[in-house]
Design a protein around this ligand. Sequence first.
Ligand code: ADP
Length: 626
Amino acid sequence: MKNKQFKAESKRLLDLMINSIYTNKEIFLRELLSNASDAIDKLYYRSLTDRKVKVEKDDLFIKIKLDKENNTLTVSDNGCGMNEEELEENLGTIAQSGTLLFKEENKNKDMDIIGQFGVGFYSAFMVSDKIEVVSRKFGEDKAYKWESSGASGYSIGETSKDSVGTDVILHLKKDDENEDYSKYLDTFTIEGLVKKYSDYIKYPIKMDVEHKELKKGSKDEYDVHVHEETLNSMVPLWKRDKKEVKDEDYERFYMDKFYDYEKPLRTINTKVEGQCTYNSLLFIPARAPYDYYTKDYEKGLELYSNGVLIMEKCADLLPDYFSFVKGLVDTPDVSLNISREMLQQDRQVRIIAKNIETKIKKELETMLEEKREDYEKFFKTFGIQLKFGIYNGYGANKDTLKDLIMFYSSEEKKLVTLKEYVARMKEGQENIYYACGETTDKIDLLPQVEAVKDKGYEILYLTEYVDEFALQVLMDYEGKKFVNVSSEKLDLDTEEEKEELKKNNDDNKDMFKAMKDALKDDVKDVRFTRRLKTHPVCLTTEGGVSVEMEKVINAMPTDEKVKAETVLEINQNHPIVGKLKDLYKNDKESFEKYSKILYAQARLIEGLPIDNPTEISNLVCEIISK
Ligand code: ADP
């Protein structure tokens, strides 16, 4: 046996490796199984190109052996194996990847080999005190053993091995307060890890599994049988021929994998080759996970590299506004050992993310067109996320999302898209009208809504607090501006009507000034309006902040407080006007009281609090008792 030191850089790297690259110790098994699979691939590939190399595909497999007595876990393969130099080259130098070399030498050939980074093997030191690698190269008689207890170095010597291939024998660490290493000797744990990370390794991963059976006629004595079982399902659903896979297969897969008891609304299965190569299998759930609208929810897709799981939730693959999408991406273009930070900068990942976004958008559009009911169900569950998407990022994504959002409308109280609204606008209609409130019924009762509806215009009913903010960011749709029916910008009167209103307002200027004073400047102005039909008063806002936005912003736990600039508007055709004029002339004290009551009414209708409810209540009683 020759004893050797790792090269200096290797030593440091090994340390780094063991202590920091992987946060998750359990992935060592994934790395060893991937190496074994690569080794088999190499041999199989040679058999296809070299007639002297004879292997039957059915004879190729990986085996995991758990030995509780000796505290070892062994991963064996009957792949290409390594001779002395190769052991030295590949395992004596960290970050030396024989696999990468092989890949480069065999470029452009149809292969999907996993390794290429040259560090995966060493992750086994996270769980082992000592590792032995016994290997016999294909076509050679001699076998060699590489052995190492970590950073101190390694030794290589001759040994014997009956068959071609490699055994990697891990001598597991002793359990300590931080980690339970003995669990890796438990068949149940290993079955779980293989399912989780390596289910789609394309060669069978076998293991002996014990089965207990009650002895005939006994209540507590068991017969123990040992069966060799294949732990992995080998061909991933998303790589199977689409024609072979039934809708139910996808649905069951989704429900099992993402713990949902409802079928997904939509399944999107894509295969892309070219600039980057990947398979993706995406699902649009029918209901929101219980934590979806909390900050605990983590978006992301599973990321696989050639069927091996790299990351359970790769957030970079999904924009926030599509965070409800579940699923996975499988691509040979990212390496197994990539870290989160590196992934963020990975060009391939960015390209895939962009493609996926486009794909999801298209799918939603198709659903909207072809399966309206499904889309509405979807929108009621996740629509708010899309509206946030428009609002966040100062509208950077508004073009992606503007045709996907919906609002209730005065027409049928059903959801409509902006496109549909604009398509059925009245001739000559310049603006898209909307009104805000807690529910569609409450909005229906708003005084400002009545008159606009009466003129034959459709109104969008905004019931979600993000709605108005989203519309503000959108600014317009196909050139049509959004106008709140409660805002000064509502302009439905003819020139003549405007003229008449202006005159009427001018004539009563002093009275309005007196009202404004009585209200202690709570309102910016008081005036007549034509926007009301049967109701006596309403509040109109001037400037960018509406009453609804004031409520939302002030309810947030920040110091930012805003106040909508409101105008008290009075229906010039309402009988109350005569009464006001009379009091203004003859009874200033009552005039002030009436002003206060009218203002309080307007606030109540808008769902705003009244500063002095007792005073108002007393005033009302006083008038009733007269
Ligand atoms: P990677 O797999 O990313 O190349 P590793 O550190 O996991 O890096 O492995 C280093 C090299 O050792 C591999 O590239 C391969 O050449 C060789 N190797 C590892 N395990 C085996 C195995 N079971 N059979 C044959 N060669 C192996």
